[in-house]
Design a protein. Structure first.
Length: 278
């Protein structure tokens, strides 16, 4: 009972923080997801670095700084702090390269037995977490328009997909989906997640009035495929490091990366559809 109350309290606080940050305006939105990016990166680096290297706060801070930089640059661009966004993006991309080499330089002066493994994990953090969250600003902001409800809808689809898969899988799941990576996930659960996601897309169309029904259904398809794959990818990462949860930030729920793994993984595909395809 106490564990259930803890989970409920954590969920309530989490939802309150998310809603406040999402709908509090552009600046609260950027601050919210900047903080989420940083915390997810910290959990990721704590997982992938060996116990010996995990204690080195400088290495983790370098990884954190490099991983969050794309989010900072995209926020500056989309919030109107830059007069010439195209030139700024080009210049920032060029200046980003020397900063990346800070990870290489630092390893020269450490006694780590796996310097290039450490560098690779830092670079992966940029690609796996930093870049997807940077794309979120391009989804949320278009000129003077702020599409907080669209981002909210994508989050809802992601979490409903996960919830539907869990509920259906726990009740009638029999056929393992990918037992080598995640023994508890089943084909029945995955199908249940897809059905719940598409039903949620229809509800979002009727309530949010920001995208067409076709757009919401396409997003439901993207989320059903890639959020599920993102969940499996993080399971593969945790299994490779013999870790159950990405962290302990959310009592009863694990870490923040555990809650955003599917969302992170589907963001590049959502951005590709919303920004370039439709």
């Amino acid at each position: 009972m106490q564990g259930l109350l803890k989970r409920g309290a954590t969920a309530a606080i989490f939802v309150l923080v998310m809603i406040t940050g999402l709908f509090g305006g552009p600046y609260s939105f950027v601050l919210l997801f900047g903080l989420i990016t940083g915390l997810c990166l910290w959990e990721y680096l704590s997982m992938v670095l060996s116990k010996e290297n995990r204690k080195d706060k400088v290495r983790k801070l370098i990884g954190l700084g490099l991983g969050i930089l794309p989010v900072v640059l995209s926020a500056l661009t989309k919030l109107g702090f830059v007069n010439d966004p195209e030139s700024f993006v080009i210049l920032a991309s060029l200046l980003f390269s020397p900063l990346i080499f800070m990870a290489f330089i630092y390893e020269l002066f450490t006694k780590s037995a796996q310097p290039f493994e450490n560098i690779a994990y830092v670079m992966l953090g940029i690609i796996y977490i930093g870049v997807p969250f940077a794309l979120l600003d391009y989804i949320a902001f278009d000129g003077e328009h702020f599409y907080a409800r669209t981002v909210f809808g994508i989050l809802v689809l992601t979490w409903m997909n996960d919830t539907g898969a869990y509920l259906v899988g726990s009740q009638i799941g029999k056929r393992p989906l990918l037992p080598r990576v995640s023994p508890n996930k089943t084909w029945e659960g995955s199908i249940g997640g897809v059905v719940v996601t598409f039903l949620s897309a229809a509800v979002l169309y009727l309530t949010l009035n920001e995208l067409s029904l076709v757009d919401w259904l396409v997003l439901a398809l993207i989320v059903s495929i890639f959020a599920s794959l993102g969940d499996l990818v993080e399971s593969m990462l945790k299994r490779s490091r013999a870790i159950k949860d990405s962290g302990t930030l959310l009592p009863g729920h694990g870490g923040l990366l555990d809650r955003f793994d599917g969302f992170i993984f589907c963001l590049p595909f959502v951005a590709a559809y919303l920004l370039w395809i439709r």
